[in-house]
Design a protein around this ligand. Structure first.
Ligand code: FE2
Length: 280
């Protein structure tokens, strides 16, 4: 699998390609750059400058609290739901045809993998293992430039092939009943317990892998079925990114999308998504 820089013209063509395993990197995206700049400013006003070194200026508790506040903002506020709609509409994903899971701010701290409560962040996984529909598509936005070793890795050989995993441990309803904060995804000190989060149960060292770099404002679009894994960050800087997910509702109803090879998670995250607004 190569990451493609050439985006098909219509949303439907993009979806079909993504359902076949394509990963698109949208570069020179004005809408992506504007969104990254706006979010970057908000993060800066909370954490101070430079944001990528805030983890060293603040106490662990302060950093944790301030990131939590930001995460709630981007996930919950209708302003950012509208921003998300603008992005997907721009690329032909009509907001009248899609449900979406709002923006999550991802923060991968330098040496964050040494913190046991953050362990699930680094599990190899498919996004679908979290009770998500098989045709869900993930959008990932770079908030600053990142090198190949700063992001995450795809294991494309497993797009259509099962891997050993414990996705059966994940039930969407029991997950969301514990805490709304868990859904937004910021780990509290107890939330890293393995039982809650599905993970790859094979050693990926022999897997073929695909890395990518990105410029601030670049957008990656890929299937929730893609097996991928966040890389351990030893760069001396924190990595920040935004992601959100879309589900084409008609494709979902008709079963158009991707054959499930190994997802045994239960419950449906779709009911917790933001659905199209009523047309008045
Ligand atoms: Fe993921």
């Amino acid at each position: 699998m190569m990451i493609s820089h050439i985006l098909p013209e219509t949303g439907e063509e993009i979806r079909r390609a993504v359902y076949n395993g394509a990963v698109f990197k949208i570069t020179d995206s004005v809408i992506g750059q504007d969104l990254a700049a706006e979010i970057g400013e908000i993060v800066t006003s909370e954490l101070g400058e430079p944001i990528r070194e805030a983890q060293f200026r603040l106490t662990e508790e302060q950093f944790f609290q301030q990131i939590g506040k930001l995460r709630k903002k981007f996930y919950s506020e209708s302003y950012f739901h509208d921003k998300l709609r603008q992005v997907i509409n721009h690329y032909g994903f009509s907001d009248r045809e899609h449900a979406f899971d709002p923006m999550r701010l991802r923060v991968v701290a330098h040496e964050g993998y040494k913190n046991p409560s953050a362990a699930p962040v680094y599990y190899g996984h498919r996004d679908t293992w979290y009770g998500n529909p098989q045709n869900q598509i993930t959008w990932w936005l770079a908030l600053h430039d990142v090198e190949e070793q700063d992001t995450f890795v795809f294991y494309p050989d497993y797009f259509h092939q099962a891997v050993a995993n414990d996705s059966e441990c994940f039930d969407y309803d029991s997950w969301t009943s514990k805490s709304k904060d868990l859904k937004i995804g910021w780990q509290n000190s107890n939330s890293g317990r393995e039982a809650l989060y599905p993970q790859l149960r094979e050693n990926p060292e022999s897997f073929d892998n695909v890395y990518f770099s990105a410029k601030k404002g670049d957008i990656l679009v890929f299937a929730g079925q893609h097996l991928h894994q966040t890389l351990k960050n030893n760069t001396g800087l924190t990595r920040f990114s935004i992601d959100f997910r879309t589900v084409h509702l008609e494709d979902h109803e008709k079963g158009i999308g991707i054959h499930n090879v190994d997802n045994r998670s239960t419950g449906s995250a779709l009911k917790g998504h933001i659905w199209p607004q009523e047309i008045s």
